[in-house]
Design a protein around this ligand. Structure first.
Ligand code: NAG
Ligand code: NAG
Ligand code: NAG
Ligand code: NAG
Length: 434
């Protein structure tokens, strides 16, 4: 079956997706994917994964996973059916309000180190993950005909409507997701390989909505880093009214956690506020909807910029804005900015304690190695204790909108470079499937 004769709007939207190299979206876009899904005979399509090496576009939907040729968007294999069992569905229906939520909504598709595709689904409010053999395109089985599954808690939300994000670095999976049935607990975790978490008992996150994630390679010399973009309550402003702000956070790929303090927790978790504000009108854009990284000059990580989409908060006219943040600006805040004291969280408490040495939250780089810090296990307790209590930097990362559109809600952004220049071509998708 060919998708090329679909309605033009749907087709355009697909092309936007295909231009992005490794494409993923973690929250449903009803019109785009409804349209595409309808053509393909699936519902609630929500995750895309492009594998450039095999020229395959994978699509996760409700209870099924599809594989298409990227060149002509025809079926490459027949689809995989992966549904929650009848018992699971019954048990779910007894617990949640909407029966419709008691299906297996695919929420994550990523390629693992061994080449298998990792797939997770909400599995009737009991998230599960499984493995797909990319050659035969079937779910990997164990003990006869049983699908090999593992717990998907913390990788995908129980509630298929809750936002979450995932990214792989060298085949290792990093996820940011609600992690309990009620959707009130959250985790940013290395979900395969050596597990490291944000732990709920450490107040590093406040009611976050995860939006996007990205790998930035800075090795050799420095460590590679995983960036997370999300919204959360700003506890630093006021303890009594809820202020939602946009954050960028990052962890280091080589972070193994501490040896005493912060065992199996990130030692390199740092976060800062992203501000998208029009300097002339003072208009703030506060609701982050998507972020996309672009390395402008191939092999030069310092040329990386994050292209982000915002909408303005509140009622009235819908306004979308594109703000661009350079990796250099974000790195500067993380590497030199003041730390906010979260423990004694009085309003606008600045930075009172002196910052220990080595500076908390650093990745193990050549400079630290030369000082004898070979891994995060070697970090002194006083440094990790400080890191634990000071995840937030006082400085914000500021940008003015590159583009503002009224009456349009953009939901997705990608950017492609123009022949090694600093210019970029933006590809924007709207909530109307255009
Ligand atoms: C699945 O799609 C249907 C039809 O678009 C929609 O009504 C429903 O809310 C979706 N369910 C989820 C969990 O997204
Ligand atoms: C689509 O492309 C694939 C590989 O690029 C090819 O094998 C297949 O025959 C094509 N299908 C059609 C209908 O053109
Ligand atoms: C940027 O574009 C040029 C030419 O189009 C290409 O050769 C180069 O690999 C691109 N760089 C990145 C980082 O994609
Ligand atoms: C770090 O590695 C070097 C060289 O491998 C070794 O000499 C040193 O003792 C190590 N430091 C620690 C703290 O383990």
């Amino acid at each position: 079956m060919s998708l090329l004769n679909m309605r033009t709007t749907c087709f355009m939207a697909v092309i936007l997706w295909l231009t992005t190299g490794s494409t993923r979206c973690q929250t449903p876009i009803p019109n785009v994917h409804g349209g595409l899904g309808a053509v393909l005979g699936v519902s609630n399509a929500s995750v895309l994964l492009q594998d450039p090496s095999s020229e395959t576009l994978y699509l996760g939907a409700r209870g099924s996973i599809l594989a298409l040729h990227t060149s002509n968007l025809t079926w490459k294999h027949s689809s995989i059916k992966w549904e929650a069992t009848e018992e699971e569905r019954k048990s779910c229906m007894g617990k949640v309000k909407r029966e419709d939520d008691c299906y297996n909504y695919i929420c994550l598709l990523e390629v693992l180190k061994d080449g298998r595709i990792y797939v997770c689904g909400s599995y009737a409010y009991n998230p599960q993950c499984a493995f797909i053999d990319p050659v035969t395109f079937v779910l990997v089985k164990e003990g006869g005909d049983k699908v090999k599954m593992e717990n998907g808690k913390g990788k995908c939300p129980y509630d298929p409507r809750q936002p979450h994000t995932a990214v792989t670095a060298d085949g290792v999976l990093y996820t940011a997701s609600p992690s309990n049935f009620l959707g009130t607990m959250y985790d940013i975790t290395r979900a395969t390989g050596q597990e490291v978490h944000v732990h709920q008992s450490i107040n590093w996150l406040s009611d976050p909505e995860f939006v996007s994630s990205a790998l930035v390679r800075e090795s050799p010399g420095d460590d590679d880093k995983i960036y997370f973009f999300f919204m959360e309550n700003a506890l630093e402003y006021d303890l009594y009214t809820k202020v939602r702000v946009t954050r960028v956070a990052r962890v280091c790929k080589g972070d193994m956690g501490g040896s005493k303090t912060l065992q199996k927790r990130w030692t390199s978790f740092l976060k800062a506020q992203l501000v998208c504000q029009d300097r002339d009108s003072g208009q703030h854009y506060t609701v982050l909807t998507h972020a996309y990284p672009l390395e402008h000059r191939l092999g030069d990580p310092s040329s990386t910029h994050f292209y982000t989409l915002f909408t303005s908060q509140g009622k009235g006219e819908r306004v979308s804005a594109v703000c661009v943040y350079s990796l250099a600006d974000i790195t500067k805040v993380f590497a030199t900015g003041g730390f906010r004291d979260m423990k004694r969280n009085c309003v606008n408490s600045g930075n009172s304690e002196s910052v220990p040495d080595p500076r908390p939250g650093q990745c193990i780089n050549n400079v630290l190695r030369a000082q004898g810090y070979n891994s995060s296990f070697d970090m002194p307790d006083r440094v990790l204790q400080f890191a634990k209590e000071h995840p937030l930097l006082t400085n914000t990362v500021d940008a003015a909108p590159l583009l503002v559109r009224r009456g349009t809600t953009y939901t997705r952004i990608t950017a492609t470079n123009i022949s090694n220049s600093d210019a970029a071509l933006l590809h924007l998708g709207t909530d109307q499937g255009e």
